[in-house]
Design a protein around this ligand. Sequence first.
Ligand SMILES: NC(=O)c1ccc[n+]([C@@H]2O[C@H](COP(=O)([O-])OP(=O)(O)OC[C@H]3O[C@@H](n4cnc5c(N)ncnc54)[C@H](OP(=O)(O)O)[C@@H]3O)[C@@H](O)[C@H]2O)c1
Length: 229
Amino acid sequence: MSKTIVVTGATSGLGLALITSLKTAGFKPILTGRSASKVSALGAELDVPGYQLDVSDPRSIRTVTAHITRDHGPVYGLINNAGIWLEGDFETYTPEAIQTVIDTNTTGTILMTHALLPDMLTRGTGVVINTVSTGALYARKLISVYAASKWAIRGFTGCLELECAPKGVRVMGFYPGKIDTNMYETAGIERNLEVAMSPQQAAAMVLVMLRDENMIWSQVSGRSIRDYL
Ligand SMILES: NC(=O)c1ccc[n+]([C@@H]2O[C@H](COP(=O)([O-])OP(=O)(O)OC[C@H]3O[C@@H](n4cnc5c(N)ncnc54)[C@H](OP(=O)(O)O)[C@@H]3O)[C@@H](O)[C@H]2O)c1
């Protein structure tokens, strides 16, 4: 039977590319996104189950993850991909914009994991892949809050990796540089994306991380899962 993989923020960019790549690779992808109309249109077009899920809303996370499990049984994999960009001098950010970035990129990832990981641990199998960013590997000006949101997930991912690997569940972070998606434009930022990965290339890398059940692709290197036992 195909393994069920839940992808957040799957209505564009990397998330959408992941849905098609996962399907082609024989997984059962579950498309989730905050826009109901995009979810239903893309779910129908790609012939995959779709659910409206706003990761910045803890109630949406609780309700929708319960519905997905009820409708599709155990979830093998979770790809925490939903994310938003914020760029500019720190003092120009509104408190609301700061809160939204943290709620989406950080708390959303943590609460999604909190909702779906326990069942993986009980079954002794599963995978969580968090889309982080090179922005969580070094400091850069003008992205203080986006970086904070992703550095937090780097720490979260690393700690959970160590906690869960001995229990058979792989928790990994994906650290891409620029990907040619709408992320910057949606945030009102002009960015030259001529030299950037395509969403399909980034999805192919995530697929490698997902598929090899003996490996944990930890930050920028790999480690055998047997090394944790
Ligand atoms: N693009 C890059 O250069 C780059 C580099 C490093 C890391 N990343 C990371 O890669 C991930 C994917 O981004 P992308 O580049 O593919 O950008 P994107 O095309 O803008 O896709 C982001 C997705 O997240 C969704 N989303 C935003 N807020 C949400 C919420 N509250 N609940 C659920 N879904 C939400 C968006 O939904 P809507 O369609 O409704 O807007 C969209 O589907 C993000 O975590 C980003 O930080 C991107």
